[in-house]
Unconditional design. Structure first.
Length: 187
């Protein structure tokens, strides 16, 4: 999966290098991404009059019961703006990758599809997803941006716990909501 993400990233940068006239760039911070860690810091670049590519990366974490999730990830979005690029309403697609660890602390018993699993070690996870997003980006005359968005993603999760002589591997997938609040600068 990491090789696929590398190929996609190199492809994006080659496309970005081709477009050179009337370039708009934006860098944003998304405080909402502290929860999932996929686009805490993002760079968006106009590629046509009505479209842009956004590359994001970040770290995140949250706690549920006795489990503490820590993750890092990256995302790639294509956005189509209904007016001019990087301003006002847009619709787009995205892919994102995350990996991280679930810290269990003390021994936990989790219910996973009607199976009780005793977990007393940290669990590593990887996640790959794709989705759709819509939003509104407001740009003032000084170049400050406010980007509000929401959407849905289909995510596939792979969990792995090594405990002594055995390894437990679990897989889950599902549709989850995505949301963002980006604050940044356009030049």
């Amino acid at each position: 999966m990491k090789k696929i993400l590398l190929v996609i990233t190199l492809s994006v940068f080659s496309v970005l290098g081709i477009h050179s006239q009337e370039t708009s760039n934006s860098i944003k911070v998304n405080p909402a991404a502290l929860w999932d860690g996929s686009d805490l810091l993002s760079y968006e670049r106009a590629i046509t009059k009505h479209s842009s590519l956004l590359l994001g990366a970040g770290i995140g974490g949250f706690k549920i019961g006795g489990l503490k999730y820590k993750s890092k990830g990256a995302s790639l979005q294509y956005r189509y703006y209904f007016t001019k690029s990087m301003n006002k309403f847009y619709f787009g697609g995205l892919i994102h990758y995350q990996n991280g660890i679930v810290e269990t602390g003390e021994a936990e018993v989790i219910n996973f599809f009607l199976t009780l699993l005793p977990i007393n070690q940290d669990i590593n996870f990887d996640s790959l997803g794709t989705g759709l997003k819509t939003g509104y980006q407001l740009v003032n005359k000084d170049g400050l941006t406010l980007d509000l968005n929401l959407g849905i993603s289909y995510m596939s999760f792979d969990y792995k716990e090594k405990s002594g002589l055995y390894t437990v591997e679990l897989q889950e997938n599902g549709i989850i909501p995505t949301f963002g609040l980006g604050i940044g600068y356009l030049w």
